[in-house]
Design a binder for this molecule. Structure first.
Ligand code: ADP
Length: 708
């Protein structure tokens, strides 16, 4: 790209010819920033899809391979279909990835210059590729660039969500007796919930009650510390922190998680095994087994694999600190093509949640009467439903976005700007749809313009201002008129959690409304506190993940060496020259090499999986160590480093011992016959313990205790 201006002009001309879209100047500017490796902030509706595709094409023309990372499959499919004429205009190849694809189809798709793919699928493919036993099984070959759509969502909000690959081997389940005992405990007497709503813990009296009911001496002494106590805590967490129809639903005799932030059934998600089993036990369901975790990766570690990351979002500025701290990325703000006409009203503050709800319902009904479209953003599914019911009682037709599939939701959202529409939805990130005034056909555009455009109403503040901005951004696209307002009550989570102990006195009006600068300032302060908490949790949690991510890289380097060289055969030769020589004579070197590879990789992978399980236990029990005055993170590191050293040595010596006994014949190494089966089936899921989710949905055990 010696001459950027010319380069960009060529891309723009291609867009005109291939897509019929003439890029605006600000779009070309955004493309340049992406090519320079920034995260760009561009408002909703300003045309990020085109910008991303032009940048991807630009990278492609420089000979680089690009993964365009999306938050879901629907967007990957849509963007690839929409933008492929531009990429192909230059003879570059483009494809997308979706869940139902076979390994062969994926391999072909990943072979393209530009690949649109959901972040979860990319992660699962990385995990599966880390278990292959010969190179030709790999579906990915990595890419030079990750161009991340909804960058703040992927890189910050969801950064620590682990993607998991599990194999079919049963795990342990907690006993029904413990669930029973815990169900008899009383809140506040036997257990308490800490002020930030992240943890439930036993009081002294509660511990005594449990000990008495179980007929044991002390929960906090051997042999109960690592076993019974962990199970009691899990059962308590399931009972006190996870509420049916808020955090999960029971469907067909199974627990289905609700992603409270996004407000839908999270098909792919499970809680960490112990929690999942504890909830199943609480509901009296058959305990399903998660299987052995073979490998796991967080989105943050996944992004760390790319030599270069860049991204785009409507709300990057508020994530500047995180993007710099965790990814060393800069944020570039791209001006709007047309001036913003959206009116952001100051928060409307109420004393109680009840007053606030009255006011919200009244406001929506009023707008609706005039025919003005309203988009309401709620905190979770149950709130959406409550609100929708109230409105329906008043005769207001409401579309609720809950637990449906992305494509259907996109269709509903697309119509949210039509006359008289009321749409209620939880978090907006990833519902990447353009809300045109007057509906998708724009037939009633003039009428909606006259009414003031789309009105966005937030039913409470999010834990970070950025999430508020994401919601606001849905109104006022491309210079349209619009408005946004948030309703807040002094009883809201953000205020009680962020205010922790502090409070303000206020004199509400008859309807509960508070107009007081001090209260306004206090609420801003509370939100800044919760923002700070999220950042702190992120950096602390990342410290735990980072070490394991680094260790995974070392394992992967070893695997690569075993896959791409004859090292495995060399080891076996050194260990047992006679057997190696005889086998090579009979079956040829290539065949024996592959057999040796499979044996060595088996033990390496097994060792890694055991390491993960062990470190998971350490992490879960480490807050107990904190009580013993050890610094948890140092202790965690010490154990991780010590165990990892053993891992490789043990794997190699076990592998050599196995080479002596495992039968190698024309079929290869008969591992299974020697009781060493590779998992015959694997499946993937996301663990729903995102410590950064703003909705208090965290189930990381003891996280509050560690970070307080
Ligand atoms: P964003 O992802 O930034 O919210 P989209 O990529 O969905 O926005 O684009 C919003 C709308 O703007 C789409 O309907 C798209 O076709 C249109 N659009 C984008 N760029 C241009 C352009 N240069 N000229 C005309 N329309 C455009």
């Amino acid at each position: 790209m010696n001459d950027p201006a010319r380069f960009l002009a060529v891309l723009a001309e291609a867009s005109r010819r291939a897509l019929g879209l003439s890029p605006f100047e600000v779009q070309t500017q955004a493309v340049l920033r992406l090519l320079e490796g920034d995260v760009i902030q561009m408002d909703t509706g300003e045309g990020k899809t085109l910008v991303g595709a032009m940048a991807a094409t630009g990278f492609g023309l420089m000979g680089k391979s690009v993964h365009c990372v999306t938050v879901n499959e629907y967007l990957a499919r849509r963007d690839a279909a929409w933008m492929s004429p531009l990429v192909e205009f230059f003879g570059l190849s483009v494809a997308h990835i979706e869940e139902s694809m076979t390994a062969g189809e994926r391999r072909k798709a990943y072979g393209c210059d530009v690949v649109y793919a959901p972040v979860s699928e990319i992660g699962f493919d990385v995990l599966r590729d880390q278990l292959i036993t010969s190179r030709d099984q790999a579906v990915q070959q990595g890419a030079d660039i990750a161009l991340v759509d909804e960058a703040d969502s992927v890189l910050v909000d969801e950064a620590l969500v682990p993607l998991v690959l599990a194999g079919n081997e049963p795990g342990a389940a907690p006993s029904g007796r413990i669930t029973d005992v815990v169900s008899k405990l009383k809140e506040d007497t036997h257990f308490a919930i800490d002020s930030d709503q992240r943890n439930a813990f036993l009081t002294d009296q509660g511990a005594r009650k449990v000990e008495q009911m179980l007929g044991i001496d002390s929960l906090y002494a051997e042999p109960h510390v690592g076993t019974t106590l962990v199970q009691v805590n899990l059962a308590l967490h399931a009972r006190a922190m996870l509420t049916r129809d808020v955090h999960y639903i029971v469907r067909d005799g199974k627990v289905a998680l609700i992603d409270t932030a996004k407000g839908r059934v999270a098909e792919l998600q499970r809680w960490p095994d112990g929690v999942q089993a504890a909830v199943e036990a609480k509901e009296g369901l058959a305990v399903t087994e998660g299987g052995r975790i073979l490998d796991t990766i967080t989105l943050q570690a996944l992004m760390g694999r790319y030599p270069q990351v860049c991204g785009m979002t409507g709300t990057a500025v508020e994530a500047t600190d995180q993007l710099r701290q965790f990814y060393n990325l800069r944020v570039s703000v791209i001006p709007r093509n047309q001036e913003n006409q959206r009116f952001d009203e100051a928060h409307r503050i109420y004393a109680t949640a009840a007053d606030k709800y009255e006011a919200i319902v009244e406001e929506i009904a009023l707008m609706h009467e005039r025919g003005r479209p309203v988009l309401v953003g709620t905190q979770d599914v149950s709130e959406s439903e409550l609100l929708a019911n109230r409105l329906q009682e008043l005769g207001v037709q409401v579309s609720v976005l809950n637990a449906k599939n992305d494509e259907e939701e996109a269709k509903i959202i697309a119509e949210a700007g039509d006359v008289g529409r009321v749409t209620v939805s939880t978090q907006m990130a990833g519902r990447g749809t353009d809300i045109k005034l007057g509906g998708t056909s724009e037939a009633d555009r003039e009428q909606v313009l006259a009414l003031g455009g789309l009105a966005v109403i937030g039913t409470s503040l999010h834990r970070s201002k950025r999430l508020d901005q994401q919601l606001r951004g849905r109104a006022g696209r491309q210079g349209d008129p619009g408005s946004s307002v948030f309703f807040v009550s002094l009883e809201d989570d953000v205020v009680t959690v962020g205010g922790a102990g502090e409070s303000v006195t206020a004199n509400p009006q008859a309807d509960g409304r508070i107009e007081d600068k001090r209260v306004r300032d206090f609420i801003e302060h509370c939100q800044r506190v919760t923002e700070g908490q999220l950042l702190e949790i992120h950096s602390q949690t990342w410290k735990y993940n980072k070490l394991l991510a680094d260790q995974r890289v070392i394992i992967d380097e070893r695997r690569a060496k075993l896959l791409d060289s004859d090292a495995a055969l060399g080891m076996c030769r050194d260990h047992n020259p006679e057997k190696a020589r005889a086998l090579v004579e009979e079956y040829g070197e290539a065949h024996v090499l592959q057999a040796c590879r499979e044996i060595v990789l088996y033990f390496l992978d097994q060792g890694w999986s055991e390491h993960l399980a062990l470190m998971d236990d350490v992490r879960e029990s480490i807050h107990l160590r904190a009580i013993a005055r050890e610094t948890p993170i140092d202790e965690f590191h010490r154990i991780a480093v010590r165990e990892f050293k053993e891992l490789a040595n043990n794997a190699m010596s076990d592998a050599m011992a196995a080479f002596d006994t495992v039968v190698i014949d024309a079929q290869g190494a008969r591992l299974e016959a020697s009781g060493l089966p590779r998992p015959s089936a694997t499946w993937t899921y996301m663990v729903s313990d995102n410590p950064l989710s703003g909705s208090g949905n965290s189930v990381i055990q003891g996280i509050g205790a560690i970070f307080r």
